[in-house]
Design a protein around this ligand. Structure first.
Ligand code: NBG
Length: 892
């Protein structure tokens, strides 16, 4: 069998597939290779291969090319006999099980390892090919990658789902159950981390040479248990069982220094030797990112602290066992835990060291890869673009300067030119509590060289500004990278801005707001053109094709094939079918099936039985005051009150509704945790109320995750994105819900606005005040008590009358509105919020109208594919082009 471009043209025998191991794409670094290939492309031979790597399609094949060809033309084995053999081979040889003693956990592992064998062929080729073509790569630096599961994603990308389903069926398992055995890779908090995962997916699917860089946390996002209504955090030991989706690369290791002192080069003021004996080794783990509809496979390189060399044998021999491993513990902790903060910055010293370990290893790796090309360092921006995913990786800028000045011996001006042409920066929030700042004394102690570089960057920047705006001291104070507080602080957003050639926000409104607020002065100084907008997007692979198979099959029927998965503009065709009654029925049925599936998931995770025929009203996201889950639950309380006032006859005619919440609160965020408790307290009372029955159910699904989202999102009728206007930079779940035929109830905020523009305002329920009104309301509420309307007051009263248990524990939530200045304007927006709910009910009662809204929404959502976002970044920020791996372009 041959794929469309004929690249994989021969079937590899099982023995070869088995031998396929992680690939050599760090050019001159000898790495594990399939035995046959090792002879071909290691050491001198690989150099020859790379040296011969011109894009010429007519050159005479070399000996190396010919041998490489045998490998590169390997076809992915698809016949079920071969697949079965490879699963059984892994079961027996990798996991020491027999087909009779295998449980579903081992069936998953054996299948996953067998899929990965197939994936690796493409992965190796992609990286070899990009090296060889000397393609410009983008490096997406992010402290978070919320990847979720990979098995199903890889099966779909390799088009092997049917084959593996059949194979597993033959040995007595259902593919769905096996998929459920995989644990999420939860190396992120929320939207920012999931965006990073969607972006590397899009790079892979669109053939862009791109890598993600991140940290391999031993403990990912904590698992949330709900005990007595409260959130309890449990460590996420996701690496307890073997992880088929990562490849340790002990050969790719870099030393990272901390503390110490500086010795100035007597001949050059800009050059220092940084002496320190606190040096940790960061080791790479590579995670393949399967491209769909292409042989391209992307890569996420995650760093982990290597501790073996830190064992102190002398201390051990003298009986000091604790001391013997002390160094290992200190190192390991750097990459042990993901900081579970979303949109907050708590300024912990360990976090700073974590950020630096990440930046240093990444920059050393990027520079090392570039140097293999033999080109002068001044040409780095021609082969590398680095995107900073928020300020967390900003230390990459002074680290790049350190490498260029102290190790590559460049002049300051040349080094600065290379740095600013390489880096670009994405801002993801304007919430003041999320703005990263590091105390100067802390930074100076841990990273003395970097503090010196930052001072100098600031000095030269301020000098240039002073020249253009002489005597404007207030301007200098406002824009200084060093904030003159006590102690002084380094403003990381300003450093990122000064060190980058482009700065972008993540939705149109957000990009405007940052230009008018935090970067206002910078726009004046550095020019409008530097500040651009790149509206976020989400991957149609995971967020449609994978999580919503029935709807996807319907779209495929309409489009004629599945190409829409990589070219979302094609969903436009759905509009042609909006009046086709058969199609409309199937559309409705697909949603109902998803609701049934979610009802089962809810029953398993919470024990609550919900009726799939009710309206499913969903708010799932991190719990944060600005996202206003409190406003939602207060409206539920009010609804409960109204239902209780009705006669049974009137109540029976009410629209049945299931209100679904899920989301984690940062462990130290007390108010957010109280909101979770309130939701659960309300759920307990309402769900047990026999008078109410199915008319209203309230559910808090514990442990929200990428996988939970894949169950929840396709099943929503209405989803809520109700942040105070101007606070949600973009939001990305809003896009996912609409792409799955759900309707939004939302504020005029973030990407809701652009979604409304694309799909038409009849398809979205907006309410609430506008961003430009927020400051005036806040100002008023600082000096005047808010005036809750009757509905909101009723909800307060019910809480205070102990309807949901001891009202006193929720009093601080009420106080945050009535006494605390109501910063998030719940009292302002509540009346229009209730009205919007009523409008949703009316619309849902008219099923035909609802189906029309749902179909039209999906049809008009193509803008929100992450493929569009990535293409814009590639063209306007990174200046990179797709490079499609083909046998022809391999020059063989
Ligand atoms: C979040 C915003 C979201 C946005 C994502 C991705 C941070 C700091 N910001 O609105 O709150 O969708 O980033 O851009 O996590």
């Amino acid at each position: 069998m041959s794929n469309s471009n004929g690249y994989f043209s021969t079937t590899i025998p099982l023995s070869t597939a088995k031998a396929t191991t992680p690939g050599a794409h760090d050019a001159d670094v000898p790495v594990a290779q399939p035995t046959s290939l090792k002879r071909v492309v290691s050491g001198a031979a690989l150099k020859e291969l790379l040296a011969s790597g011109s894009s010429s399609q007519t050159k005479t094949p070399t000996k190396v090319d010919n041998m490489f060809q045998n490998y590169s033309h390997s076809e992915i084995a698809r016949d079920t006999a071969t697949i079965k053999n490879s699963v059984i081979m892994h079961l027996t040889a990798t996991f020491l099980r027999t087909p009779t003693s295998m449980d579903s956990g081992h069936a998953y592992l054996a299948s996953a390892f067998s899929v990965r064998d197939r994936l690796l062929q493409r992965w190796n080729l992609t990286n070899e090919f990009h090296d060889r073509m000397k393609a410009k790569r983008v490096y997406y630096m992010s402290l978070e990658f919320l990847i979720g599961r990979t098995f199903d994603n890889a099966l779909l990308a390799l088009d092997l789902r049917k084959e593996y389903g059949q194979t597993l069926g033959e040995v007595g398992f259902r593919l769905e159950d096996i998929i459920d055995e995989e644990r999420d890779a939860a190396l992120g908090n929320g939207g920012l981390g999931r965006l990073a995962a969607c972006y590397v997916d899009s790079m892979a699917c669109s053939d862009y040479p791109g890598w993600g860089y991140g940290l391999r946390y031993k403990y990912g996002m904590f698992q949330q248990q709900i005990i007595n209504g409260y959130q309890v955090e449990v460590p996420d030991c996701w690496l307890d069982s073997p992880n088929p989706w990562e490849f340790p690369r002990p050969d790719v290791t870099y030393p990272v220094k901390f503390y110490g002192h500086l010795v100035r080069d007597p001949n050059n003021d800009d050059r220092y030797v940084w002496e320190s004996n606190v040096v940790y080794d960061a080791m790479a783990f590579d995670v393949p990112v399967p491209g769909y509809g292409t042989t391209n496979v992307g890569n996420i390189r995650l760093w982990s602290c290597k501790t073996n060399s830190l064992f102190d044998l002398n201390k051990f021999n003298s009986g000091d066992y604790g001391g013997a491993t002390g160094g290992q513990v200190a190192a390991q902790i750097l990459t042990d835990v993901l900081y579970p903060n979303d949109n907050t910055n708590d300024g912990k010293e360990l976090r700073l060291r974590q950020e630096y370990l990440f930046c240093s290893a990444t920059l050393q790796d990027i520079v090392a890869r570039f140097k293999k090309t033999g080109r002068p360092m001044s040409e780095l921006p021609e082969l590398a673009a680095i995107q900073l995913n928020d300020t967390h990786p900003t230390l990459g800028i002074p680290e790049m300067m350190r490498i260029l000045l102290d190790e590559e011996e460049m002049s300051w001006d040349d080094a600065w030119d290379v740095t600013t042409r390489t880096f670009a920066f994405t801002n993801h929030t304007i919430l003041p509590e999320a703005m990263e700042k590091w105390p100067v004394p802390m930074l100076d102690k841990i990273l003395p060289r970097h503090m010196g570089i930052i001072y100098k960057i600031n000095l030269y920047f301020l000098q240039a500004v002073e020249k253009r705006f002489p005597g404007d001291r207030d301007l200098l104070r406002r824009i200084s990278i060093i904030e003159e507080s006590n102690p002084q602080q380094v403003r990381m957003a300003f450093l990122a801005c000064v060190g980058s050639h482009k700065v972008n926000g993540v939705a149109a409104i957000h990009s405007d707001i940052i230009k008018q607020t935090i970067f206002k002065d910078f726009v004046r100084i550095q020019g409008e053109d530097k500040f651009i907008n790149k509206t976020n997007g989400v991957s149609p692979r995971r967020w449609m094709n994978e999580c919503n198979p029935d709807m996807s099959d319907l779209i495929t029927d309409v489009v004629g094939d599945r190409s829409w998965v990589n070219d979302l503009a094609k969903v436009k065709k759905l509009e042609e079918r909006v009046s086709d009654s058969d199609f409309r029925r199937r559309w409705w049925d697909a949603k109902q099936k998803n609701k049934q599936r979610l009802a089962e998931y809810i029953l398993t995770t919470t024990g609550i039985q919900v009726n799939p025929n009710a309206l499913f009203d969903v708010q799932v996201k991190r719990i944060h005051e600005y996202k206003r889950q409190l406003m939602n639950i207060l409206s539920v309380i009010y609804r409960y009150h109204c239902l209780k006032q009705m006669t049974p006859e009137v109540r029976a005619k009410e629209l049945h509704r299931v209100v679904i919440f899920a989301g984690k609160a940062a462990s130290g965020y007390w108010v957010a945790k109280q909101v979770i408790k309130l939701i659960n307290a309300v759920a307990e009372v309402v769900n047990a109320d026999e008078e109410i029955g199915d008319v209203l159910k309230v559910v808090f699904i514990p442990d929200y995750s990428v996988t939970a989202a894949e169950y929840i999102i396709p099943a929503s009728d209405i989803s809520q994105h109700i942040s105070t206007a101007g606070t949600e930079a973009s939001g990305t779940s809003n896009m996912k819900f609409v792409l799955n035929g759900g309707i939004i109830l939302g504020t005029v905020d973030g990407a809701n606005i652009e979604i409304g523009e694309e799909i038409g305002e009849e398809q979205i329920f907006f309410f609430g005040c506008l961003a430009h009104e927020v400051e005036d309301f806040r100002h008023y509420l600082r000096f005047n008590q808010p005036k809750p309307d009757d509905a909101l007051q009723t909800a307060f009263d019910m809480i205070q009358r102990n309807t949901f248990g001891d009202g006193a524990i929720f009093q601080p939530l009420i106080d945050s509105i009535v006494r605390g200045g109501d910063v998030y304007l719940l009292s302002v927006d509540f009346p229009s919020y209730i009205q919007a709910h009523n409008a949703v009910e009316d619309a849902y009662r008219n099923r035909e109208e609802w189906i029309t809204k749902s179909i039209l929404s999906v049809a008009r959502m193509s803008k929100f594919s992450s493929d569009r976002s990535i293409q814009e970044y590639a063209e306007e920020v990174w200046n990179i082009e797709p490079v499609r791996v083909t046998s022809c372009s391999m020059g063989i």
